[in-house]
Design a binder for this molecule. Structure first.
Ligand SMILES: Cc1cc2nc3c(=O)[nH]c(=O)nc-3n(C[C@H](O)[C@H](O)[C@H](O)COP(=O)(O)OP(=O)(O)OC[C@H]3O[C@@H](n4cnc5c(N)ncnc54)[C@H](O)[C@@H]3O)c2cc1C
Length: 254
């Protein structure tokens, strides 16, 4: 283990270009052997790349007890994206302990997943681990048809770095009965969708989980804020998922 608890140094064992904008990194090494998965299918870790101190958050696409796989979106500028765009095989990175948010009620008879490219790892893992009938809307710039299977509606972003997911969600024909809605993507879209679910659909907060995974602002870099402590404190205070993720969005803006 590193000197700081619950951080693990890991080596990049393999780098694979899955599509023009998505890179798969397989991490391993002796320290990683003590990594503990939460078992929650949208679990994420903080990733600190060489020469940096700030972390960025990435979904654990898979963990088999020895190798941890993350799929990284390659966009224009950023700490991780610029590093991951290079031949990073053999580099040593640091990852933080895993946290998860997905909490489908026991009585849910269906699941809806909506997300952009950053949400693909979580949606793929959730879809493969959850047993109820699942519909997926994926807004991605690349052909990733082999990445996700099942009932998937593929959508193309209106332009690079843009998303129309809020409109997509407003037009969903909602299934009857109790179910669960999980969504992640650009933060402004997510805020609009939380309002829609609360005000128009009047869903109880236990019926959905809507997370801002990144902020599409060019004027200022978003603050890197670990969702973990906000999540734990919110849960301990009995707050709903949407309150917690709204607080996470606010924390990154201040
Ligand atoms: C719980 C959680 C799980 C996540 N899982 C994943 C995952 O599995 N894979 C993944 O790729 N991302 C994931 N993300 C999103 C990722 O953490 C952010 O996109 C992060 O900002 C990327 O860091 P960076 O160093 O590349 O860019 P930064 O240095 O953070 O940002 C630089 C600039 O790039 C812009 N930017 C950031 N992300 C994007 C993007 N995706 N597309 C276009 N512009 C962007 C910002 O607005 C900023 O202007 C997750 C986020 C959270 C909170």
């Amino acid at each position: 283990m590193s000197t700081r608890a619950q951080q693990y140094d890991a080596q990049v064992l393999r780098r694979e270009q899955l599509s023009p904008h998505l890179v798969r990194l397989t991490l391993g090494g002796p320290e990683l052997a003590s990594f503990e998965s939460t078992g929650i299918p949208d679990e994420w870790v903080g990733l600190i790349v060489p020469g940096q101190f700030q972390s960025r958050y990435y979904t654990v696409r898979s963990w088999d007890g020895a190798e941890l796989v993350v799929d990284v979106v390659v966009h224009e500028v950023g700490l991780v994206t610029e590093w991951a765009a290079r031949d990073v095989g053999g580099d040593t990175v640091t990852i933080t302990e895993a946290k998860g948010s997905f909490a489908m009620p026991g009585g849910a008879g269906w699941l809806l997943l909506v997300g952009d490219l950053t949400a693909m790892p979580a949606m793929a893992r959730i879809a493969s681990e959850v047993q109820v009938p699942t519909r997926i809307w994926a807004e991605v710039p690349d052909d990733l048809s082999s990445y996700l299977s099942g009932d998937v509606t593929w959508l193309v972003p209106p332009s690079e770095g843009q998303s129309a997911l809020a409109e997509v969600v407003e037009s969903i024909d909602w299934p009857p009965g109790e179910g669960y809605f999980w969504m992640a993507g650009e933060s402004a879209q997510m805020r609009a969708i939380r309002k829609h679910l609360m005000r128009d659909r009047r869903l109880p907060s236990t019926a959905y989980d809507v997370m801002g995974y990144w902020r599409g602002v060019a004027r200022r870099q978003p603050r890197s804020v670990d969702p973990g402590p906000i999540w734990r404190a919110g849960k301990a205070a009995g707050k709903s998922d949407e309150q917690i993720w709204a607080e996470y969005d606010e924390a990154r803006e201040t």
